[in-house]
Design a protein around this ligand. Structure first.
Ligand code: BEZ
Ligand code: FE
Length: 293
């Protein structure tokens, strides 16, 4: 083996990592060595800069808890989460596209009947989201799960509120005709958490740290590709600059303002409200995925 020089070091390291028995791990590690070495050769960091990077990663890890995942946030603002999402959900352009999950989903939300309110006592403008779940052939999908979560009208998720009961989240199911009706309040745009290492980095850039107003959905039905997506409010000032690159054109919807009166769930409201109409279009799952269900 030749002794190392600046020129041959990358080849020597790649050579040593090339005999890993697990072929996937081998591919990942060799590619990682190749790209990280290329990055270091391009940047030519000083030792102080390299220590700053290690320190940032160390502090990022220390900020991660059961409730907070600063590394996922880093992956989000670098567009990596959306790239992994795109690679793993290559759906028909006619199906509802997926987007980033984000850190605020809570499992086991309460199941509510169609039309029931998932935003009792929450501040904000009432909002009804209605439509059907169907497939690419136009067949209505009954009994599909619609797991919904969002901010309240002050831009806060359950994890950011001191609440004991579920806040701004619920599970609905499409009816026999594929239809669903959600009563909630309109979300507003919000900032990603800026009090950690990601915020520290973002505040040294001129990049917006805001997300446009959106409602999160996980839609699932046996035999179909499960999707995690958002509906975004058309016209939101942050729609073009979403800090996590989550906006896809088909997910931008009109929030139509209605005067006080009869709402889509049959209730009569004494104040104005929004109505959003959106049909979720599911794609059949690949056969291998169905077998694994
Ligand atoms: C969210 O939409 O909840 C979100 C996504 C990525 C980072 C922060 C928040
Ligand atoms: Fe969100």
């Amino acid at each position: 083996m030749p002794y190392v020089t600046e020129q041959n070091l990358t080849d020597i390291v790649m050579d040593r990592w090339k005999n890993i028995p697990d072929s996937r791990l081998r591919k990942i590690m060799i590619s990682m060595v190749k790209h990280i070495h290329a990055f270091v050769r391009e940047i030519e960091p000083t030792e102080a800069e390299w220590f700053t990077a290690i320190d940032w990663l160390t502090r990022t890890g220390k900020q991660c808890t059961d409730k907070r995942q600063e590394f996922i946030l880093a992956s989000d603002v670098l567009g990596i989460s959306m790239l992994v999402d795109a690679i793993n959900h290559r759906l028909s352009t006619k199906a509802t596209p997926t987007t980033v999950t984000g850190p605020f989903h809570v499992h086991d939300s309460p199941e509510l009947a169609n039309g029931a309110n998932m935003a009792e006592d929450a501040p904000g403008v009432p909002c009804f989201v209605t439509g059907v779940v169907r497939d690419l052939d136009g067949m209505l999908v009954k009994g599909a799960i619609l797991d919904v979560w969002q901010t309240d009208g002050e831009g806060l998720y359950e994890a950011q509120r001191d609440v004991k009961e579920p806040w701004m989240r619920a599970v609905y199911r499409s009816g026999a005709d594929g239809s669903y009706v959600i009563r909630t309040i309109a979300p507003i745009g919000y900032t990603i958490p800026m009090d950690g290492t990601v915020g520290e980095l973002m505040s040294r850039t001129k990049i917006s740290h805001m997300r446009p107003a959106h409602i999160h959905f996980l839609i699932d039905s046996p035999g179909y590709h499960r999707i995690i997506t958002h509906l975004f409010q058309r016209g939101d000032q942050y729609i073009e600059t979403d800090v996590v690159y989550g906006v896809k054109e088909p997910l931008i919807v009109d929030f139509v303002k209605k005067p006080a009166g009869k709402a889509p769930n049959g209730e009569v409201l004494d104040k104005p409200f929004y109505v959003v109409n959106y049909d979720f279009v599911l794609q059949k799952a690949a056969k291998a995925a169905i077998a694994a269900e």
